[in-house]
Design a binder for this molecule. Structure first.
Ligand code: NAD
Length: 283
């Protein structure tokens, strides 16, 4: 039977560390602060926002809400973003993507100050993830994958890792972060012909395709570690990942559940980025 690697212990440990760091910031007169910018009432954005609020409250991060209509004018959005950029008391900003209006999404991604870009929306942050230098932060979910592997003591150096998915939000950045840890990464995507074979020959599989049940028995061996990033709804309407958990759990070495796995760590990483951004203001 596989070890079940849950996200809560990882998030809790990080939260405890961040609480202390937030305390030190407050002693120095800095209240760590995150701006949450939401356009419209998308239920998944609202649910993620709820998780962010809970985490920030636990850590001691102030949250400022900026709620606009998804039909708002460019001018209003631009003015809101300028306010966030210019307010020195705000250390980080997250907005929920995708936006309905792609031009507005591009505007936000281009204009947010990289120093406040705590979830890798800007191309400057992406460049930093790829080069390992510069301002900005990795996408929270991508970093949560690495945090999880480290927390459970998985040595990454020299490991063969298959990443399924090549999006700019998860697949590509997580591949870069894992290479930085000296792993050998193979990125698979929808046009890869032998994903199953590549996964079966890897030590670790990071599944981020958004396809329920994609990773089945043939993808894993007794030594496989499976980090399931996917969030899907199965035929019975239940939340599930990309891995066929019931089939894989008896045969692999470790697996993360969905829900309760990587997703639980994402908001803790967001809080970590806000604390790091605030710490840059310490004299
Ligand atoms: P996306 O749709 O942008 O990208 C999916 C990627 O998977 C693409 O690169 C595609 O080529 C690849 N892919 C699709 N089908 C495939 C197949 N059969 N074989 C191999 N590769 C295949 O999605 P995304 O934004 O990267 O998100 C991926 C998943 O992660 C989704 O289920 C999403 O809901 C979930 N997610 C989880 C969190 C979290 O906190 N746990 C955060 C964001 C997204």
């Amino acid at each position: 039977m596989a070890e079940i690697w849950k996200g809560a212990p990882v998030a809790d440990a990080l939260t405890e560390e961040l609480k202390e760091r937030a305390g030190k910031l407050k002693v120095a007169g800095i209240v760590p602060c995150l701006a949450v910018l939401r356009l419209g009432d998308d239920p998944s954005a609202i649910s993620y926002e709820r998780g962010i609020l809970k985490r920030c409250e636990k850590v001691g991060i102030e949250v400022r809400h900026y709620l606009l209509s998804e039909l708002c004018e460019d001018e209003e959005l631009f003015a809101t973003l300028c306010e966030i950029n210019e307010d020195e008391k705000i250390h980080g900003c997250i907005f929920f993507r995708p936006l309905k209006d792609k031009a507005q999404e591009r505007m936000l991604c281009e204009l947010l100050k990289p120093a406040k870009d705590v979830d890798c929306a800007t191309s400057g942050s992406l460049a930093a993830v790829f080069s390992g230098e510069g301002e900005g932060y990795a996408p929270c979910t991508a970093e949560a994958v690495v945090q999880m592997l480290k927390f459970y003591g998985e040595e990454l150096r020299g490991k063969n890792i298959a990443v399924i998915g090549r999006s700019l939000v998860i697949g590509r950045p997580v591949s870069m972060l894992l290479q930085r840890e000296n792993a050998t990464v193979t990125m698979c995507h929808s046009k890869t012909r032998n994903t199953e074979e590549i996964c079966a020959a890897s030590d670790i599989i990071v599944a981020a395709a958004g396809r329920a049940g994609l990773v089945g028995e043939g993808y894993a061996s007794a030594n496989s570690v499976i980090i399931d990033v996917g969030i899907n709804v199965d035929e019975q309407g239940r939340l599930c990942g990309d891995a066929d958990f019931d089939a894989l759990e008896p045969l692999c070495r470790a697996i993360t559940p969905v829900p309760g796995g990587v997703g639980a760590v994402t908001t803790a990483i967001l809080a970590k980025h806000v604390i790091e951004a605030a710490e840059k203001h310490l004299k």
